[in-house]
Design a protein around this ligand. Structure first.
Ligand code: SAM
Length: 362
């Protein structure tokens, strides 16, 4: 197996410490004792475990989906500290030749920082992609079988923090976000009443494979949306053909209500409960994460839903330990249900200070 120099975590700017702490903790459980260095680039974190087999331990036992605070992760295979203006392509090829990576990448992606990047860096990266890809293809580093096709080959992802440096990384098949750098480009549906709608769409796209969508979302299921107004999440549920109870004291969007699929209940989402089990519970109430967690745990203890998506808004400090406490409470509650269930959590691209949790039956 090829050797990697380090692992790069891509997270929401401002959450670098949380992403780093999380990988340090998970790696230690696997016997890999590493440390993280938030890079000067917001949203990028380098994890290093000198002298240890990063690949064997981390990549085989951990999946990008296990990481809550990282939207994606990349394995460093080379680094160019000084990209000469005269021959940036040559410097990348040189670095690859000198590194321990062997084999052909399926595709090339260049990432620039989401925040704080020099002016024009994104434009430069777009212009650079084509000549760089051509040279990589000519020298056998990049497959010529066609851009855009997802194969079972690693992808070459280049982190470009500025005009002078480049970190060359492998994004491994089966162990990378379906969206490069974990940034899905979702189109805001014109009819949806709020931008929040994109959070639920992203959660479904991330947590539920395409071939399972109908089984999990379709067929006229019953759903409850806690904190539903104005109705962006309800709109997504209705679009799947679900019958929705929307719980919120605030007003619901008229178009969503006109679908005839929605019953609006003006009650407290922390105390209202259905009389019998529903297929879906979703909750976008902004409140203390421990309060939302206890409410979900209560629904679990009565086996009131099959699937759930809910947000946990994390505090400014100690987000990782707050999440750990919530996770443990949820796992205990899930054990009380007599069916096996699984919990996923991720800070989505469309999330802000929150993370999104998904509970599903196994
Ligand atoms: C972020 S908004 C939800 C946006 C919604 N998901 C959408 O896509 O349009 C949070 C909502 O939670 C509601 N809310 C806050 N506390 C609540 C409670 N205790 N019970 C029910 N709704 C509550 C607010 O009225 C607000 O409409």
């Amino acid at each position: 197996m090829d050797d990697f120099h380090a692992v790069w975590l891509l997270c929401r700017p401002g959450f670098e410490t949380d992403a780093g702490q999380e990988l340090v903790a998970l790696a230690a459980e696997l016997g890999v004792y590493g440390f993280f260095v938030p890079s000067p680039t917001p949203g990028w974190v380098r994890f290093d475990a000198p002298g240890q087999d990063l690949v064997g331990q981390l990549v085989t036992h951990l999946n990008w989906q296990d990481l809550v605070f990282s939207r994606d992760w990349l394995m460093e295979v080379g680094r160019v500290e000084e990209l000469p203006q005269s021959d940036r392509v040559g410097a990348v090829l040189d670095s690859l030749r000198k590194g321990s990576w062997s084999g052909c990448f399926e595709r090339l992606e260049i990432h620039v920082p989401l925040e704080g990047a020099p002016d024009d860096l994104a434009r430069f990266a777009r212009k650079w992609t084509s000549p760089l890809a051509k040279s990589l293809r000519d020298t056998g580093w990049l497959s010529s079988s066609g851009a855009g096709s997802e194969t079972n080959r690693p992808r070459l992802d280049i982190l470009l923090p500025d005009f002078t440096q480049a970190v060359l990384c492998a994004a491994l098949p089966g162990n990378r976000s379906p969206y490069p750098a974990g940034v899905p480009r979702l189109r805001m549906p014109a009819e949806a009443p709020s931008r929040s709608t994109l959070k639920l769409e992203e959660a479904w796209k991330l947590f539920i494979s395409e071939e399972r969508w109908y089984e999990v979302l379709g067929g006229g299921k019953k759903a409850v949306d806690l904190g539903a107004a104005p109705g962006g999440w309800t709109w997504q549920l209705v679009r799947q053909g679900m019958l929705v109870t929307a719980v919120d004291n605030g007003p619901m969007d008229e178009t969503v209500m006109a679908s005839g699929h929605v019953t609006h209940v003006r009650e407290d989402g922390f105390t209202w409960q259905p009389k019998r089990q529903v297929d879906w519970l979703v909750c976008d109430i902004v409140d203390k994460p421990t309060r939302v967690t206890s409410m979900i745990a209560d629904w679990l203890s009565q086996d009131l839903f099959r699937y759930a998506v809910f947000n946990l808004k994390l505090p400014m400090k100690q987000r990782w330990s707050t999440w750990e406490a919530c996770r443990d409470e949820l796992l205990v509650a899930m054990e009380s249900v007599r069916r096996p269930m699984r919990l996923h959590a991720k800070q989505l691209y469309h999330d802000r200070e929150e993370i999104t949790c998904f509970i599903e039956p196994l």
